[in-house]
Write a protein that binds this ligand. Structure first.
Ligand code: GMT
Length: 371
């Protein structure tokens, strides 16, 4: 199959899923064309069967905002003419599904069909800015296939947009050969006997990174621990300022954006994700794949990933005290931590393994193409 993948190249879950899916499809022998304004962050190394098409968003004095969406549609149509792409798979409804519809119209009869994957913030943003309502609904209705990354997101989309069409739920996934339960050497970060907590995100307000710092501060009253903070984003400096105020800055390592999550996750004892909302929670899944229990919020699709009291603990959003208590409980009981870590890995193996999930996407592609 010749597949055109459209996604945001910036660091975030939707770009990560799009890139990992593209790599998996390429290794299954499909021809993958990635269309974006920059090479998406997880497509770092050269891989056979993957070709990148850069959207050229030229500026012109007349345009205060260069028309990215039109440039994307034009590039999608061009890639089809040059490479015979049979199917578009766009990640994120706005504006990718709309650009795909324009490209289909430009190409006319025989244009590729289009699958749209909803990742969450593309749907929840509408709650904040109603002007996107009609156009998001239009993109969902006009796609030839739609997938959502959790049952929570499917239900929310159907209710919010009064959508009657079917939406397939296909969860995020991990490559279990890459994410292993091997414990890498962590002496560069932690002293012997010290516990290691980990948070990975794009530090947007929805992630409640300040709660992560507050949880950690409470944990340090009970146990000798450090916190690894991986990622970049608008709340990073507030998180640093809060850590300084709470007197724990010297115990937190801000590592910035890192590609080697598989190695870093294995160093942790507990993964923290106290988000306001997660339609899925890919970073939690990646930690679980490394056998790391998760303490986070009982919000959105996260309960579909983490089983409360089995592979971690999920508490109400903002319950910093409760999350700290549960984290300490895990850190102080090695046997419990091992059990939870094993349960986490087992859950990923049985439900979220790349082999299994990528086949679900292939089945949707086949259906949409009428194969
Ligand atoms: O987490 C973010 O803010 C980025 C966002 C994105 O679209 O790139 O992530 C969303 O998609 C991920 C992949 O499907 C999910 O695992 C995340 O839960 C989801 N983020 C939110 O719902 C906040």
């Amino acid at each position: 199959m010749r597949l055109g993948i459209v996604c945001y190249p910036t660091v975030g879950g939707s770009g990560a899923v799009a890139a990992e899916l593209g790599k998996q499809m390429a290794s299954r022998g499909h021809e993958v064309h990635v269309i974006s304004y920059r090479l998406p962050f997880r497509f770092g190394d050269f891989q056979q069967n993957i070709c990148f098409h850069e959207v050229d968003v030229s500026s012109y004095p007349l345009f205060e905002h260069p028309p990215h969406d039109l440039a994307l549609a034009a590039k999608m149509a061009e890639a089809v003419r040059e490479h015979g792409i049979e199917l578009f798979h766009v990640h994120y409804a706005i504006p990718h599904a709309i650009a795909g519809i324009i490209a289909q119209q430009m190409l006319g009869e025989g244009a590729p069909r289009m699958v749209t994957t909803l990742h969450g913030t593309d749907i929840t943003i509408v709650g904040q800015d109603h002007s996107f309502f009609e156009i998001t609904r239009f993109g969902i209705e006009r796609s030839d296939g739609v997938t959502a990354v959790s049952e929570f997101l499917r239900r929310m989309t159907v209710e919010e947009f009064e959508i009657a069409r079917p939406i397939d739920v296909i969860p995020n996934f991990v490559d279990l050969e890459q994410y292993t339960v091997e414990r890498p050497d962590r002496s560069a970060f932690a002293e012997p006997g010290q516990r290691v907590l980990l948070h990975v995100s794009n530090f947007r307000p929805v992630k409640r990174v300040l709660d992560t710092v507050r949880i950690f501060e409470k944990v340090t009253h009970e146990t000798d621990a450090i916190l690894l903070m991986v990622g970049e984003g608008p709340e990073r400096s507030s998180a640093q300022a809060l850590a300084r105020r709470l007197g724990v800055l010297d115990r937190i390592r801000f590592l910035g954006t890192r590609r080697e999550i598989a190695q870093i996750a294995g160093m942790a004892d507990v993964f923290l994700l106290p988000s306001e909302l997660e339609s899925f929670g890919l970073s939690a899944l990646e930690a679980m794949a490394c056998g790391i229990p998760v303490v986070g919020s009982d919000a959105g699709g996260l309960p579909e990933v983490v089983r409360h009291a089995e592979s971690g603990y999920l508490l109400p959003v903002g319950d910093v005290e409760g999350m700290a208590e549960r984290t300490v409980e895990i850190l102080k009981d090695d046997e419990r931590r091992r059990e939870m870590g094993e349960a986490a890995r087992h859950r990923v193996e049985s439900l979220f393994d790349a082999e299994r999930v990528v086949s679900q996407y292939e089945a949707v592609y086949d259906r949409v193409l009428g194969l």
